[in-house]
Design a protein around this ligand. Structure first.
Ligand code: MEV
Length: 438
């Protein structure tokens, strides 16, 4: 049977599933049921989700959890997090509680500029191109007014358009490098629509510009697209306290804790193998909130990792120091987020998540997300430099292992109790379950 098909997107949802089941699961009568058990019984709600993308066949659940007790700039938050990894929400909550008792987090938006580019080829005199750009620039802005008017009314819009010469890297290659302020919108659609309009105006205006020779009038637009690299859309998150306040009941002094912690961060600053994992831990917190609030985590990921390599080598996003007896742990990261547009007004859980956060502006959301990342990083480093990561991680993973072996509720209760004092490993759990069943 052929495993390819044309016109798939035009089939009904049920016919799509039938084709998939017939083609890929001929011996699994259960496959259709597995897909359908995730359909929502509320037909309208299901249709809303079906229409987010093409070829929807079911819903893919991730848990939505919350991490309470976050004190950020003096305001308390319960932060929604959508994530599958067992220990992330627990770690965030623990870090939130730890810092709640030590003054909480501070966060500050440093800049909010976003970038888009029209990439084009021009085979002619560079002076002529510069004169053309000076001539056409006001018209670029004018002819995009139908797109920018509303954004401008609210205080945003196009900040600047520059002509950039890239011919040293690629023959005849230039850019219109455009900066935008998109306020509470992430702005991808706004920016891309503006750029496509600039490209049109820029191309057509060249046809009758007097300063061009006849053979210079052809501008070849390669593409027009926003950049997910946003090094001028930066938020800073920070915690700090006197070193002695870091001591806990586990016998580790504040001094010892702080110096090992700072050492661990330094390693991530100079060692890319460690930096990637260190930053992955930060992204555990960031992605979970970005996803719960209906934002584009792929854009955030791409931008953050590019930023982590901005000095030519991949490095830690966070930093720590002890100075004059004060421990400070901070991070500056690029985050292009929105609290209007996209999924934010559509997905019922996203709407609820934003309400839980007291309907933040994009700037406030940048602060919350950065804090979630810093908290996650703090929790990971705290475990890594004291007990090791597996203790907390495997405790949270215990239920997953038990579920994998079909443990009943009472077996789970029994074994969670048992592992309060035992080390959780996959084998130990399997053995304990076996013993219990015997
Ligand atoms: C696991 O998801 C994240 C950590 O590996 C982060 C880190 O090592 O810093 C624990």
């Amino acid at each position: 049977m052929s495993k390819t098909i044309s016109g798939f997107s035009k089939l009904s949802k049920s016919d799509k599933i039938d084709w998939i089941v017939d083609t890929y699961f001929p011996n699994n009568r259960n496959a259709k049921g597995v897909l359908m058990q995730y359909w929502n019984t509320d037909v309208k709600l299901q249709q809303l989700h079906d229409e987010f993308i093409e070829n929807t066949i079911s819903n893919y659940y991730l848990p939505l959890g919350v991490a309470p007790n976050f004190l950020i700039n003096g305001k308390t938050y319960t932060i929604p997090m959508a994530i599958e990894e067992s220990s992330v929400v627990a770690a965030a909550s623990k870090a939130a509680k730890f810092w709640l008792d030590r003054g909480g987090f501070t966060a500050e938006v440093i800049s909010t500029k976003k970038i888009g580019q029209v990439h084009f080829k021009f085979n002619g005199n560079q002076q002529h191109l510069s004169s053309y750009f000076a001539f056409i620039k006001p018209r670029l802005i004018e002819e995009a007014k139908h797109i920018t008017a509303n954004m401008e009314k609210r205080g945003g819009g196009i900040l600047d358009i520059e002509l950039r010469d890239k011919t040293e890297a690629i023959k005849d290659y230039y850019q219109l490098h455009v900066s935008f302020e998109t306020l509470d919108a992430m702005g991808a659609n706004f920016i891309n629509s503006c750029l496509e309009q600039f490209a049109k105006t820029f191309k057509s205006g060249a046809l009758d510009f007097d300063g061009f020779a006849e053979d210079e009038r052809h501008i070849d637009v390669v593409m027009s697209i926003l950049s997910n690299y946003v090094p001028d859309c930066i938020v800073r998150a920070e915690v700090s306290c006197p070193v002695e306040q870091l001591s806990e009941n586990n016998g580790v002094s504040g001094d010892a804790f702080a110096s090992k912690f700072v050492e661990a961060v330094k390693i991530a600053e100079i060692e890319p193998y460690r930096a990637v994992t260190h930053n992955k831990g930060i992204m555990n917190g960031i992605d979970a909130v970005v996803l719960a609030t209906g934002n584009d985590f792929r854009a955030v990921e791409a931008g953050v990792h590019a930023y982590a390599s901005r000095n030519g080598s991949y490095s830690s996003l966070s930093h720590a120091e002890v100075k004059d007896g004060i421990f400070t742990f901070w991070m500056e990261i690029p985050l292009a987020l929105g609290t209007v547009g996209g999924l934010t007004g559509l997905h019922p859980l996203v709407k609820l998540a934003l309400e839980l956060l007291d309907k933040p502006s994009a700037k406030e959301l940048m602060q919350i997300v950065a804090v979630a990342g810093l908290a996650q990083n703090f929790a990971a480093l705290r475990s890594l430099t004291t007990t090791g990561i597996q203790q907390g991680h495997m405790k949270m993973h215990l239920i997953n292992i038990l579920n994998q072996f079909g443990a009943t509720d009472s077996e789970k209760q029994n074994l969670v109790e048992h592992f309060k004092t035992e080390t959780v490993t996959h084998n130990a759990v399997v053995q304990a379950l076996k013993n219990l069943r015997n």
